[in-house]
Design a protein around this ligand. Structure first.
Ligand SMILES: Cc1cc2nc3c(=O)[nH]c(=O)nc-3n(C[C@H](O)[C@H](O)[C@H](O)COP(=O)(O)OP(=O)(O)OC[C@H]3O[C@@H](n4cnc5c(N)ncnc54)[C@H](O)[C@@H]3O)c2cc1C
Length: 452
């Protein structure tokens, strides 16, 4: 389906947003022969590459060294006192991000995608405006992602979001994280690991809402043991500046003094100024573009994938949605995405890995559910003296013996759960887990020897 067949339009596909979803959709469409323009207002790669997954994981690696230096002593190593230099981390991180921006630009160029820098606006079902130009497309893809939102409280402007956390001139001595989701706990671990006196304020009673309850509970214990101050069932009601410091007024009427406040209090779809309303595209209350199973909006020529549809806000999901869409549009193979068993990791310290149903979800959907759990001191800790313990859990449907969920807190949990996710996707039973010979001595082997 190329050029001639779609005469009358400048492009077969105009993609708005060069992040995880938009880049993949554009590249693949072009490789299927479509004429594609991609419009990006900022650096290529979007949230994940510039202010999300990648720099976050690099910071997380940096923070994890703190524990590694401590652990090394028990194994006979001494290397003087460890020093950390924030500027070095920032410069090296920025260099890697620039390299990735270049990789994305090259991939798009090689695929034949016309990349246009600028902020796009949808002017009609087939019309997009950018920088004073008007482009027409048979299809328009909205892949504009989302942005962090701060709570509506006095002084909120004195706090930052994760966007600014990646570019702080100086590392603060003290930091307060507001929120209990994965971004809040990841940054709590990053700051704590880098030596910042860290407090996390969360209005809920448990961290990581939406994850298996045990994960939030266990992580809270581990974070507290590492010196993070956790204030659960607590809210932030106002921020005020006090010289170089910030005063954080809490709902409980206490006040915290700190040097930095970071809000990780949710994200909302990027639709402001996009003109979607006027074009007749139905939006949810929070702005999310409403799409059907094939990522088609209420306007048949306008599609959307990724964070802007607010289903599962993860890079591999945005990419999988993009792949399904372009197969539907340009290969004539209507494709949907199966959202079950999407594995995910939280790069807190320790890491979390999780896939499938939480215990609560499983109990809500199945008559009888068995739960297998273990918590133990990992072998490495025997000599290092580290106090953290590993937690593992399998949720099993009793009637069919199928493993419905696997959850872990501990080193490399994400790496371990990725393989378990394959097993769950294949419908593995607990008996099949048990019949699998373990790799000894590893942490992962506990997943095939869970008895209780
Ligand atoms: C701190 C943080 C950590 C994260 N960590 C992880 C992780 O570890 N693993 C994971 O899977 N996911 C992670 N995510 C989520 C992941 O980044 C997103 O799910 C993913 O980037 C969504 O891709 P997208 O294509 O929908 O949008 P984005 O990647 O956000 O891309 C949207 C792009 O559209 C552009 N844009 C917006 N409006 C316009 C316009 N009008 N005109 C032109 N361009 C426009 C934006 O500049 C942006 O580049 C993290 C997110 C954050 C914030």
């Amino acid at each position: 389906m190329t050029g001639g067949g779609m005469a009358g339009y400048d492009y077969d596909l105009i993609t708005i947003g060069g992040g995880s979803g938009g880049v993949r959709a554009s590249r693949m469409s072009a490789s299927f022969g479509a004429r594609v323009a991609l419009i990006e207002a900022g650096p290529l790669g979007g949230t994940c590459v510039n202010v999300g997954c990648i720099p976050k994981k690099l910071f997380s690696y940096a923070a994890d060294y703190a524990a590694d230096f401590n652990d090394a002593g028990g194994y006979g190593w001494s290397a003087g006192s460890a020093q950390f230099d924030w500027k070095t981390l920032l410069v090296n991180k920025d260099r890697e991000i620039s390299r990735l921006n270049g990789v994305y630009a090259r991939l798009l160029q090689d695929a034949g995608v016309n990349v246009i820098a600028g902020r796009a606006r949808v002017a009609g079902p087939h019309t997009v405006e950018v920088g004073g130009r008007t482009l027409t497309g048979k299809h328009v893809l909205v892949a504009t992602g989302g942005h962090a939102v701060k709570p509506d409280i006095p002084g909120a402007e004195l706090g930052i979001t994760s966007d600014q956390a990646f570019h702080l001139d100086v590392l603060p001595l003290r930091a307060v994280l507001v929120g209990g989701g994965y971004i809040a706990v990841e940054f709590a671990s990053i700051f704590n690991g880098l030596g910042v006196e860290t407090t996390l304020v969360h209005r809920g009673e448990r961290l990581l809402r939406g994850f298996d309850d045990d994960l939030g509970t266990v992580l809270a214990e581990e974070l507290a043991q590492q010196g993070v101050t956790l204030l659960l069932n607590e809210t932030v009601s106002a921020l005020t500046r006090d010289g170089g410091k910030l005063q954080v007024a809490l709902g409980s009427a206490r006040t915290l003094e700190t040097d930095l406040v970071m809000f990780a209090t949710g994200r909302r779809p990027n639709v402001a100024g996009l003109g979607l309303d006027a074009a007749g595209v139905a939006l949810a209350k929070n702005g999310a573009v409403q799409v059907d199973d094939f990522y088609c909006s209420s306007v048949p020529s306008i599609h959307a994938v990724g964070d802007v549809i607010d289903r599962v806000q993860l890079t591999p999901v945005a990419i999988a949605e993009a792949m399904a869409l372009v197969r539907t549009l340009f290969k004539g193979e209507p494709a949907k995405l199966d959202y079950r068993n999407i594995a995910t990791a939280v790069f807190s310290h320790p890491h979390i890995g999780t896939v499938g149903l939480t215990e609560a979800e499983a109990r809500g959907r199945h008559a009888a559910v068995d739960v297998y759990k273990t918590r133990f001191r990992p072998l490495k800790a025997t000599l290092s003296g580290a106090v953290g313990r590993v937690f593992m859990k399998l949720v099993v449907e009793r009637d069919t013996d199928r493993v419905l969920g696997a959850h872990m807190v501990g080193a490399e949990a994400g790496e371990i759960i990725q393989g378990i996710a394959v097993a769950l996707n294949c419908g593995a039973t607990k008996a099949q887990f048990d019949a699998t010979v373990g790799i000894h001595p590893t942490t992962a082997e506990e997943f095939v020897t869970l008895r209780a």
